[in-house]
Design a protein around this ligand. Structure first.
Ligand SMILES: Nc1nc2c(ncn2[C@@H]2O[C@H](COP(=O)(O)OP(=O)(O)OP(=O)(O)O)[C@@H](O)[C@H]2O)c(=O)[nH]1
Ligand SMILES: [Mg+2]
Length: 603
């Protein structure tokens, strides 16, 4: 490292002191430190010349120079053809006179170099004073970028400014201005997951992050990096450790990311703290899911429910921000009276929440009437439940010949759809397609599925549709059961429908799946076993099944295969004498299994 500028005639021991500044680190987001400022002022007094230090957004000193800042050139600052962004470097320099007002050359250097901020510091008596100027992100009528200043004031005050947050707002504002010229709305996204030491989840962090990636892509984001951290528990303030956040800050610079999504729900304060440290948009899994919901909602009620969930999510999160900025006298992103504006917003949100709740209540009553009509007509109801993208809508379409929207994306369906299906016995049942479930679904989001919830609660039978081609299908099943438990419907009679078996080329896997009680393997897309599925539904409603407990010797495997085909297997155990199976068998088929029946079985 060398000291730049006009160093002629400067003594070596002073150059050494200036050189030592390169080794000093500035905390993320803070403009500079007392240590650096004191050093700079001390040297200024000795040589009676300006001393300038250039610092990047990681808090690293990029250059130390002596002399006039208006003639400085920084190789780190690439000449940008567009006027979109700040350079990511700030200039702190001394005024030997002690008058810290920014001069015209200071301001033109700020404009030319697009500094994050230009700061002048000086000493008056024992006081360290400073002035700061930065872009507001706005332009005047002649398209000249506007500047804003603060000071002279105490250095302490300047150090309280959160530069990360400030530059984020400026960048946003600049981008907005240039939106007509450049299309740069790509969300370059970093995914972040925590690997908790004693997590109760059956999901691996890799699987969970893979799913988060799918969610982010569904929402329209482009993934540029993924970070994980192993921890005993999340950090109260930052979720991750401080060092990790610093590492991410570096990664943001490298990848030019403008958004980070955490795989778990962040508390409002964690979200805010991370945003202040990183200066980019910070979302969590919940916000991402809400965003997808918002894009997908079609029905009036669906839209209301998503909006309600969004407002409830936003409410505790609108606070604090802009404190630093309102002290700077408004400007970037704070137009309106700072805190007052937030307060108004919050009240506004609360009344909106009330309003939507009333509307939803009214719709709910209407729906209840519908349901009562349906119930009085004595038609049995089946609800399709399952992990998102497992093929519920495809199955509804296949069973009923309808054309519900199905696609290879998470949360293709938001609003429940009910169709009638005629079974072979001419019996009619109503089948309802519902929103898919997902792991780590927060409680308040579950309530956003109210329509689904009611459908599931009122159904006579659930078909749990499982994507058997997923390696982690078991974990997905667990997650569905968890949500069903939250909906207090986990005890409903359920048929496990292993879908997409056309994608399975491994018979053993299917066999293992079918040892799950009450299960059947199908392909909704390829029309495999759909008649069998209908028969099972039929049998359930006809009450034609008899529960048997069978012991099948190991050399009579074909009986087990037959059993899986025509009965609902509830449990399978292996013991010395053979396979012990509990199954619900159609009455007319009982004879085929008589010889395996355990004595205590009663028919
Ligand atoms: N190979 C194969 N693909 C299937 C089968 N059933 C559905 N799919 C595909 O799986 C994807 C998801 O199907 P959907 O019916 O939209 O799934 P869903 O459960 O309704 O999903 P959400 O509404 O998003 O929760 C689509 O691309 C379907 O074509 C199947 O039996 N075999
Ligand atoms: Mg669907």
């Amino acid at each position: 490292m060398e000291v730049h500028g006009d160093t002629k005639g400067i003594k070596k021991y002073i150059l050494d002191q200036l050189n030592a500044i390169y080794d000093l680190q500035i905390p993320l987001g803070q403009i500079s430190t007392n240590e650096i400022n004191e050093k700079m002022l001390e040297i200024t007094q000795m040589i009676n010349r300006e001393v300038a230090v250039y610092i990047n957004r990681q808090g690293k000193v990029m250059q130390v120079a002596i002399g006039d800042t208006s003639t400085i050139s920084l190789p780190e600052i690439k000449e940008r053809t567009s006027t979109l962004r700040l350079s990511g470097i700030r200039c702190i320099h001394t005024h030997p006179s002690g008058d810290t007002r920014l001069s015209q050359p200071d301001l033109s250097s700020l404009r030319r170099m697009r500094f994050d901020a230009m700061v002048a510091i000086g000493q008056q008596g024992s006081d360290m004073l400073a002035s700061i100027a930065f872009f507001t992100g706005e332009y005047d009528e002649d398209d000249v970028p506007q500047l804003q200043g603060l000071g002279p004031t105490s250095l302490t005050e300047i150090h309280q400014i959160n530069l990360t947050y400030l530059t984020m707002l400026i960048d946003k504002q600049l981008a907005k201005h240039n939106a007509l010229m450049t299309i740069d709305d790509e969300e370059r996204t970093i995914l972040a997951g925590i690997d908790l030491a004693n997590s109760k989840s059956t999901w691996t962090i890799e699987d969970s992050l893979k799913e988060l990636e799918q969610l982010a892509e569904t929402a329209g984001a482009k993934i540029v990096a993924t970070v994980t951290q192993k921890k005993d528990r999340p950090d109260m303030a930052l979720f991750f450790g401080k060092g990790k956040i610093q590492e991410i800050s570096m990664l943001i610079q490298e990848t030019n990311a403008n958004m980070i999504v955490f795989d778990d729900e962040l508390s409002p304060s964690q979200q805010r703290n991370i945003e202040l440290m990183l200066g980019i948009k910070v979302l969590d899994r919940t916000a991402l899911i809400l965003d997808i919901f918002a894009q997908r909602a079609r029905s009036h009620e669906g839209k209301l429910q998503v909006e309600l969930a969004q407002l409830r999510y936003a409410l505790p999160r609108i606070s604090g921000q802009g404190l630093v900025l309102s002290r700077l006298g408004g400007g970037i992103g704070t137009r309106g009276p700072g805190e007052t504006k937030m307060e108004v917003d919050r009240r506004h949100i609360r009344s909106k929440i009330n309003d939507i709740e009333k509307q939803i209540e009214a719709i709910k009553k209407q729906r209840q009437l519908h349901r009562e009509n349906r119930e009085s007509s004595n038609i049995s109801t089946v609800a399709l439940v399952g992990y998102t993208n497992s093929g519920k809508s495809t199955l509804l379409n296949a069973l009923t010949g309808s054309d519900v929207f199905a696609e290879d994306k998470l949360f293709a369906t938001l609003d429940p759809t009910t169709r009638q299906v005629t079974l072979s016995t001419n019996q009619k049942v109503l089948i309802t397609d519902t929103v898919g479930f997902i792991q780590k679904l927060p409680h308040h989001l579950v309530s956003a599925f109210r329509a689904t919830l009611e459908e599931v609660q009122s159904a006579d039978l659930l078909l749990h549709v499982i994507d058997s081609s997923q390696i982690n299908y078991k974990q997905q099943m667990d997650s569905v059961v968890t949500v069903l438990r939250e909906l207090k419907t986990a005890d409903k009679p359920t048929l496990n429908v292993f879908n997409k078996i056309d994608n399975l080329n491994d018979d053993d896997t299917l066999k293992t799946m079918l040892t799950t009680p009450d299960s059947i393997g199908i392909s909704a897309k390829q029309n495999m076993n759909l008649d069998l599925l209908k028969t099972k539904i039929e049998e359930y409603f006809a009450g034609k099944n008899v529960n048997l407990e069978l012991l099948i010797p190991y050399d009579e495997g074909s009986a087990i295969t037959l059993l899986h085909e025509i009965a609902m297997v509830q449990s399978t155990q292996y013991n010395e004498a053979g396979t012990l199976i509990k199954a619900s068998v159609p009455r007319e088929e009982i004879n085929k299994f008589k010889k395996y029946m355990l004595e205590e079985t009663t028919i």
